[in-house]
Design a protein around this ligand. Structure first.
Ligand code: COI
Length: 355
């Protein structure tokens, strides 16, 4: 794919790496590409980061035909730049697109777009431990029309943000509130797809949780409010009596996380028993009651591996592993970040160097 490049004439000052937070700063450039029915994706370009102009009638503003992805670029100690399993994000992008009636993208073109955009802003990749460059590809429907139909035109963009830890707590355990009133996804819905609308649906639960002093929400299934789905920004795992259990993807309610898949593969490779199945919140509480709940942790691109210290289900509070980081959470964090930052040999072939 041919990508035209317009470099910024006014590079910005880079933020303090000690105070990045998550998704608050953006680099000097961004990638853009349009889709027009009958033509396909066209006009791939890297331009200075800046505002875009759209008709207020654009479909994305009215019917939420929008999807996004999230992955990261890491700077290794010897100065190389690594991406972590970008092909998995691109594969998920097309699965989301299918559900959302957005045209498919060419995986090779998207990988090229990611690589070229990261390359042009590579001096924005932070180097302090725990920091990286978050890559946010997304697509919006741009037809200026109010009829409820799939758009015939789209805009694909990639923006980049130097980030630190997603949670203020970093690798320290986060406290999570189980949501049993609102739901995030139902069978046949869009739970498995990475669409902004899912996150919009989650905001009210998130707000409730934050008001009660919790960092995130644990979502239960949309039908019986009984089975665990996922946490707001990550997939969730439970360690019960030595077995690692995570909700299965079968019902289509759960985001098929790249870090989730990697955690499962890694744990199995190291001989852990990992089971993907339905798990009810009652089972989790029963395991806590009988002393068999050893760890709870979440996985995600933004969150990496995040131990859960406390769960609150309708006022019933359980403290997990005395609120400390568990052995398996620490092992996974060390392994996954070790591979991502090139500190550990990548036996799985998961990283891709940006050159
Ligand atoms: C990610 O982990 O990349 C996410 O997209 C989660 C959240 C920031 C929306």
């Amino acid at each position: 794919m041919k990508i035209t490049i317009t470099r910024t004439q006014t590079p910005k000052q880079k933020p303090d790496q000690n105070a990045l937070g998550f998704g608050r700063y953006f680099t000097d450039h961004m990638f853009m590409m349009n889709y027009t029915e009958g033509i396909g994706w066209h006009d791939a370009r890297i331009v200075p980061f800046g505002d875009i102009s759209l008709s207020p009638a654009c479909m994305v503003f009215h019917y939420a035909q929008e999807m996004f992805e999230g992955l990261k670029a890491y700077k290794t100690e010897d100065g190389r730049i690594l991406l972590f399993r970008p092909e998995k994000n691109i594969e998920r992008m097309n699965s989301t697109n299918k559900r959302l009636c957005v045209p498919q993208v060419n995986p090779d073109d998207i990988l090229q777009a990611i690589i070229e955009t990261v390359k042009i802003d590579s001096d924005w990749i932070p180097t302090l431990p725990g920091t990286s460059l978050y890559i946010r590809p997304f697509i919006i429907a741009t037809d200026p029309a109010l009829g409820v139909h799939p758009s015939k035109t789209y805009l694909f963009m990639i923006i980049l943000s130097p980030v630190g830890a997603y949670y203020a707590a970093g690798l320290n355990p986060v406290d999570i509130c189980v949501e049993d009133e609102y739901v995030r996804a139902v069978r046949g819905g869009m739970g498995f797809a990475k669409v902004g609308a899912n996150y919009a649906a989650s905001l009210i639960g998130q707000q409730k949780a934050e008001e009660k002093g919790y960092a995130q929400v644990l979502w239960l299934d949309g039908i019986e409010h009984k089975y665990v789905d996922e946490v707001g920004s990550m997939n969730v795992f439970f360690v019960i009596d030595g077995e690692v259990i995570t909700p299965s993807l079968d019902e289509g309610n759960i985001l098929p996380g790249v870090t989730r898949a990697s955690a499962i593969e890694l744990l199995r490779a190291y001989g852990y028993k990992v089971t993907e199945r339905k798990i009810s919140i009652q089972e989790v509480y029963d395991a806590a009651e009988s002393g068999k709940l050893q760890e709870v942790f979440g996985t995600g691109t933004a969150a990496v591996v995040s131990p859960v210290g406390k769960l609150d289900w309708d006022g019933r509070i359980i403290v997990i592993n005395e609120g400390k980081i568990g052995k398996i959470s620490q092992f996974l964090y060390d392994q996954i970040t070790g591979i991502q930052f090139g500190r550990i040999k990548d036996e799985f072939g998961w990283t891709r160097e940006v050159k």
